[in-house]
Ligand binder design. Structure first.
Ligand SMILES: [Mg+2]
Length: 171
């Protein structure tokens, strides 16, 4: 059961992920959660190191798509700033939004990588969609959507067994 919540790898921060290595691993399409992965919750501010990292993404010819349960109004400005596509109201962890994003970006299951901060939505959804995933540490837990707080409580219980043996800081 815990394997449904198991990511392929864990990293402390988005900007710690080596995109040349991501490419060597065969990934071509990256799907991104937004809140607490790219920005703080409901914030439009993107850290300079994150902006630079998305520049690297383009240099590596990797295609990126935001997949979020948030609205298009929230996602559009971020997607425009970072040069990404997006799928809004994705209803993670259901796999349909992931499949839509893969179709949109021309990604196969074996060449698509999901990156997000929540086991209960981002990582579970990736496993249901049959794709690899990276769990990043949330940027700032002090500001979050109310419902996410409930997820975090459950996540606390499953975190240790779900992450047992998962590589940290590398693939
Ligand atoms: Mg998130």
């Amino acid at each position: 059961m815990f394997s449904l919540f198991r990511p392929t790898a864990c990293f402390d921060r988005l900007a710690d992920i080596d995109l040349a290595e991501v490419r060597r691993q065969g990934y071509r399409v990256l799907l991104f959660d937004v809140d607490n992965t790219i920005t703080c919750w409901n914030s439009g501010d993107i850290a300079p190191e994150v902006v630079r990292w998305f520049g690297w993404l383009r240099e590596e010819n990797l295609r990126g798509c935001i997949i979020s349960n948030n609205s298009a109004g929230r996602l559009q400005p971020l997607a425009d700033e970072l040069g990404l596509d997006f799928v809004a109201k994705a209803r993670k962890p259901l796999p349909f939004g992931y499949r839509q994003a893969m179709r949109q970006m021309g990604g196969e299951q074996t060449t698509t990588l999901m990156i997000g901060d929540q086991l209960m939505t981002d990582i579970l959804g990736a496993n249901l969609a049959g794709i690899s995933s990276v769990l990043v540490t949330p940027i700032d837990l002090s500001r979050e959507f109310r419902w996410t707080y409930v997820n975090r409580r459950i996540e606390k219980l499953i975190r240790r067994p779900a992450l047992a043996g998962v590589p940290r800081g590398h693939f």
